[in-house]
Design a protein around this ligand. Structure first.
Ligand SMILES: NC(=O)c1ccc[n+]([C@@H]2O[C@H](COP(=O)([O-])OP(=O)(O)OC[C@H]3O[C@@H](n4cnc5c(N)ncnc54)[C@H](OP(=O)(O)O)[C@@H]3O)[C@@H](O)[C@H]2O)c1
Length: 332
C-alpha cells in the first residue's frame, strides 16, 4: 500500500478505514464481520483507522471498543484517530448537543484511551466546532494532553479557515477532516489555507455515504435506522438527479477500467498528495476493491469529465443542520 504524508510526521496509508457504520448510521451490523473487515484492511496495508466517541452515543464506547479489539494484535503498527466534541449524555433527540469544554475533552480522552485499549491517541479531532467554547481553549486543552503524551496529533473536523488559523496558533493542527468526494466539494474553499499551514486533509465519506457505489437505492428501501432514509440527497427529485449523475460516472469508470467506488476514491486521491480518503465499509471483500483504487491510473481527461459533469457536487446539501445525526429522530 502506498503511503502519504499528512504533515508533522504523520505518515499513513493512502486510504484509511472509518468505523462509523459499524455501530451507527447505516442499519444493522455484525461485530464479528466488522472486526474481520478491520483486520482485512490491516492485511491489505491500511494503517489509518477512524472512530469517534459519538459513533453510537446510546452505547458509550461501543465503536472505540470494537476498533480496539480488532487492532489488538497490531496496534503499534497503525494510526488510531478518534474525536471529542459532543455531550453524549444529553438528550439528542432534538439536535446533537456540542461540548468541547476542556474538562469534557479530558474526560473523553481518558475514556477513549480505555475503550481503545491504548496509552495514546494518534490523532485527536474536535468533531465539530463548539460556538460556546473559544477554539483557543480547545487547542490549549489538546496541547496539555499532548504534553502528557496522551495525544500525538491534533485534528479539526469541518472547521473554517479562521478557526483553523486560531487553533493552529495555539497548538499545531496536523489534519483537517472534512467530507470530500465527487458529490461534496465545500472543503475546496478551505484547501488553500490548510496547504499554506502544512495541514493535511482526511477526506471522509469519499463514497458519498454509499451513493457512489452499486448499492445505492431509494431512501425507503434502507433499514429504519439507516440515516440515508432522511439524507437530503436521497429525497425525491434529488435522488433521481443524483442517480442520473451516477449513471454518467459509471460510464466514466468503465472507460477508466475501474469500478464506481474505485473511481470515487481515485478522484479524491488525485486532488492532492496531501489528501487521504477514509471510506467506510463493514464488508471484508469491499476492502480489496477499495484499496485497489490507490493504484488506479486514471487519465486526466476522465477526471476532468467528472468536474464537468458535477462542477459543484451532488444535488442538494449533505446535512439538514450541519451535524451528523445522533439518532434517526434528528433526521425525521
Ligand atoms: N468527521 C465527521 O464528521 C465524519 C462524518 C461522517 C463520516 N466520517 C468518517 O468517515 C468514514 C467513512 O464515511 P461513511 O462510511 O459515512 O461514508 P462512505 O465511505 O462514503 O460510504 C460508506 C458506504 O459505502 C458502502 N461501501 C463501501 N465500499 C463499497 C463498495 N466497494 N461497494 C459497495 N458499497 C460500498 C458501505 O457499505 P457497507 O458498510 O455495507 O459495506 C457504506 O454503506 C466514517 O466511517 C467515519 O469514520 C467522519
Amino acid at each position: 500500500m502506498r503511503q502519504r504524508d499528512l504533515g508533522r510526521g504523520l505518515r499513513v496509508s493512502a486510504v484509511g478505514l472509518g468505523t462509523m457504520g459499524m455501530t451507527m448510521a447505516y442499519g444493522q451490523s455484525d461485530d464479528a464481520r466488522s472486526i474481520a473487515t478491520i483486520q482485512r484492511a490491516y492485511e491489505t496495508g491500511v494503517t489509518l483507522f477512524d472512530t469517534a466517541e459519538m459513533y453510537n452515543a446510546s452505547v458509550p464506547g461501543s465503536n472505540e471498543r470494537l476498533l480496539g479489539r480488532a487492532v489488538r494484535g497490531f496496534r503499534d503498527e497503525v494510526t488510531l484517530a478518534t474525536k471529542f466534541g459532543y455531550d453524549i449524555d444529553a438528550d439528542q433527540t432534538a439536535a446533537p448537543v456540542l461540548d468541547s469544554r476542556p474538562e469534557r475533552i479530558r474526560a473523553v480522552v481518558d475514556n477513549s484511551l480505555r475503550y481503545l485499549g491504548t496509552d495514546r491517541i494518534d490523532v485527536l479531532y474536535q468533531h465539530r466546532v463548539d460556538p460556546d467554547v473559544p477554539i483557543e481553549e480547545v487547542a490549549g486543552a489538546v496541547a496539555e494532553l499532548a504534553a502528557e503524551g496522551k495525544v500525538l496529533h491534533f485534528g479539526l473536523s469541518e472547521a473554517s479557515p479562521g478557526i483553523i488559523r486560531r487553533a493552529h496558533a495555539v497548538h499545531p493542527v496536523t489534519v483537517l477532516q472534512s467530507e470530500y468526494s465527487m458529490f461534496e466539494r465545500e472543503v475546496e474553499a478551505v484547501l488553500p489555507t490548510i496547504r499554506e499551514l502544512g495541514i493535511g486533509l482526511v477526506a471522509y465519506a469519499p463514497l458519498g455515504r454509499g451513493f457512489l457505489t452499486e448499492t445505492v437505492k431509494p431512501s425507503k428501501e434502507y433499514e429504519v435506522d439507516d440515516m440515508r432514509r432522511f439524507d437530503p440527497r436521497w429525497q425525491p427529485e434529488n435522488f433521481e438527479r443524483n442517480v442520473a449523475a451516477v449513471r454518467e460516472l459509471r460510464h466514466i469508470a468503465q472507460l477508466a477500467g475501474v469500478s464506481l467506488p474505485q473511481l470515487a476514491l481515485a478522484w479524491v486521491l488525485h486532488e492532492g498528495s496531501d489528501i487521504v480518503p477514509v471510506f467506510g465499509t463493514r464488508t471484508p471483500e469491499r476492502i480489496d476493491e477499495n484499496a485497489a483504487a490507490v493504484d488506479a491510473a486514471i487519465a486526466p481527461e476522465l477526471l476532468e469529465r467528472v468536474r464537468e459533469l458535477l462542477p459543484d457536487g451532488a444535488f442538494d446539501s449533505r446535512y439538514t443542520d450541519g451535524h451528523m445525526p445522533t439518532s434517526v429522530n434528528v433526521w425525521s
